[in-house]
Design a protein around this ligand. Structure first.
Ligand code: NAI
Ligand code: 15L
Length: 263
């Protein structure tokens, strides 16, 4: 697929900054957007600030866009108004704008919190149904379904990346399973831009020995992670949550806040 103009939303964020550096000079036009300041444009960059909840602004954002890596949104648990604006209205506005602009592909930053209430004792793959652990996780599950609807109905191919814990280094025992190194995150995005598919789900995770996720679907699509959180095991083993509930479920510390169910 030829990409003349790639759009990255959430470009002022942590992973957006990683991709901005990774893609420098790579496409004729790299369009970057966020509601937060984006700094100065480098050669080949187009900076278009916008709130994802503003449909007209998102329509303008997609003008001339061939493919999009959609990272923008509220990236942790939040109250309903915040989650609805950034992650519910936001994904509707993104896919609707893509449809109108003729954009061919969207890579969506979903989250492990869409499946956070699967127990750690269960190894799951890309066919696992949503089990959101938060309003945030529910919004990511919704985003995955929006992506599927527009893929099947309007031919916008979509890769839903259920990212675990993408950061420079894992920070606790749970992340020995869920960590994705930043180079592996870039490898996953590269595979998602290059492969041939209509709608797929993959896990955004490194080649961790302790992973709870069978990521064969990602390997089939060309994602071959190079890193393994086990290198941090000596330092992080035993660094766990005080909550038994958090330690039972894959979503970890997102599970116990506000919990009033039957564990
Ligand atoms: P981040 O919080 O650093 O970046 C998100 C960006 O979205 C921010 O720059 C923020 O200003 C922007 N944003 C928020 N609300 C917006 C709105 N209404 N309109 C426009 N922009 C808005 O998060 P990070 O870590 O870079 O994550 C990027 C994406 O990946 C997020 O969608 C997050 O949910 C997802 N993700 C990240 C994981 C990680 O471990 N870093 C794990 C799972 C999912
Ligand atoms: C996420 O979805 C968040 O965006 C990230 O900040 C981490 O908390 C991550 O999940 C995680 O589960 O470690």
């Amino acid at each position: 697929m030829r990409i003349d103009r790639l759009l990255v939303t959430g470009a002022a964020g942590m992973l957006g900054g990683v991709l901005r550096r990774h893609f420098q000079g790579r496409f004729p036009h790299l369009r970057l957007s966020d509601v937060a300041p984006l700094g100065a444009a480098a050669a080949g960059e187009e900076l278009l600030p916008c709130d994802l909840g503003d449909a007209a602004a998102v329509d303008r954002l997609f003008d001339g866009v061939d493919a999009c890596v959609h990272l923008g949104g509220h990236s942790v648990e939040g109250d309903w108004p915040t989650v609805i604006n950034a992650n519910i209205l936001g994904v509707i506005n993104v896919w609707e704008a893509a449809r109108k602009a003729g954009t061919k592909r969207i890579l969506f930053a979903s989250s492990n919190h869409a499946i956070g209430f699967h127990p750690r004792s269960r190894r799951i793959d890309h066919t696992a149904p949503a089990r959101p652990d938060t309003r945030y996780g529910l919004s990511k599950a919704f985003g995955e379904d929006v992506a599927m609807y527009y893929a099947n109905k309007h031919g916008i191919s979509a890769l839903c990346m259920r990212i675990g814990s993408a950061r420079a280094e894992p920070e606790d025992e749970r992340q020995l399973a869920t960590w994705q190194s930043l180079p592996d995150f870039c490898r996953m995005v590269e595979a998602g831009l290059a492969a041939d598919y209509v709608y797929e789900i993959v896990y955004g995770v490194s080649a961790n020995q302790r992973s709870w996720w069978d990521n064969a679907n990602a390997a089939r699509l060309g994602y071959h992670p190079q890193d393994d959180a086990e290198a941090w095991a000596d330092r992080l083993t035993g660094k766990t949550s005080a909550s038994a509930l958090d330690e039972t479920y894959q979503g970890g510390p997102y599970c116990s806040p506000d919990f009033s169910g039957d564990p």
